[in-house]
Design a binder for this molecule. Structure first.
Ligand code: G
Ligand code: G
Ligand code: MN
Ligand code: NA
Length: 253
């Protein structure tokens, strides 16, 4: 498989690219952190989307090496932001598969130690499927990771199948409203109702709320008026290389 060879090569040469998409405080417009999003270069140097290789990585077991390299690169880069005077959180996406097999807890601990990034500047984004598969095992690992001081976000919230009662059982800090609801919230009243309900739910559970996929100022303004504190999306900033992210931080000050 072409993408498989490409991924193996990138892993062997530590050649994966991590782009950063800034997250903004919707009231003050401050950058509060960034999400790391992996890219694979093809043989002409063009980026391949993770939509085309994460599933392969999960099925082949390469997801452990991929996850480790992305986590390490993200922590190295967040440490550079910190050392430059920008104490910002970096968020890293974690596949459900990473809660099985090789210990995610050990990986996170050793990368934090190696990169000297204080744990409060790291956030892991997990999806509902990670919480539902291997419930007991996952909850133990999330608790151990939370105990280190790393924060935990539930990604794509509203699209999965987790029951609301599950939410209380996990040591979560953040709910990320799935971008499909944000996309439709201006034109479709049901999507708006769902967004409103998720924000209220987050507030009543004392969880931070992040809206993703904000593409228009109408969406941003509406989210802000509903009490959504944090936003992410093409309107505010696209995923960008480390140096551009550094520029965003520099200009924001
Ligand atoms: O920009 P975007 O194409 O990066 O992301 C597409 C999908 O790939 C999203 O669901 C995103 O969460 C996922 N993704 C991006 N980077 C990573 C990563 O480092 N690890 C995992 N497991 N998923 C990622
Ligand atoms: O699954 P997760 O939420 O981690 O994936 C985020 C995905 O959304 C990435 O593919 C990222 O590039 C993409 N993304 C980020 N902002 C926007 C946006 O404003 N619009 C759209 N369509 N996609 C976005
Ligand atoms: Mn994410
Ligand atoms: Na998402």
């Amino acid at each position: 498989l072409k993408v498989g060879n490409c991924l193996r090569n990138a892993l062997d040469n530590n050649d994966l690219v991590v782009l950063y998409q800034p997250k903004y405080d919707l009231v003050t417009n401050d950058v509060i952190g960034a999400e790391g999003l992996v890219r694979l270069k093809d043989d002409t140097g063009e980026f391949i989307s993770p939509l085309n290789f994460i599933e392969y990585a999960e099925e082949s077991g390469l997801i452990y090496r991929l996850g480790e390299q992305v986590l390490e690169q993200s922590c190295i880069d967040a440490k550079k932001w910190l050392d430059a005077g920008y104490p910002k959180k970096v968020a890293v996406n974690i596949s459900a598969k990473q809660f099985t097999g090789i210990s995610l807890v050990d990986t996170v601990a050793s990368i934090l130690e190696k990169t000297k990034l204080p744990s409060r500047y790291l956030e892991l984004e997990v999806t509902e499927s990670a919480l539902i598969d291997n419930f007991e095992q996952t909850i133990k690992q999330l608790q151990a990771i939370a105990d280190m001081g790393v924060s935990l976000a539930l990604d794509d919230f509203g699209t999965g199948y987790s029951s609301l009662s599950y939410l209380r059982l996990f040591p979560l800090d953040v709910l990320k409203i799935d971008q499909s609801f944000v996309r439709d919230m201006i034109s479709d009243s049901q999507s708006l109702d769902i967004v409103t309900a998720i924000i209220d739910l987050a507030n009543s559970l004392s969880l931070q709320i992040v809206a993703e996929g904000i593409e228009t100022s109408q969406q941003r303004d509406k989210l802000q008026s509903l009490g959504c504190a944090i936003g992410q999306g093409y309107l505010l900033g696209k995923p960008m290389p480390f140096l551009e992210m550094m520029d965003v931080l520099t200009q924001a000050k």
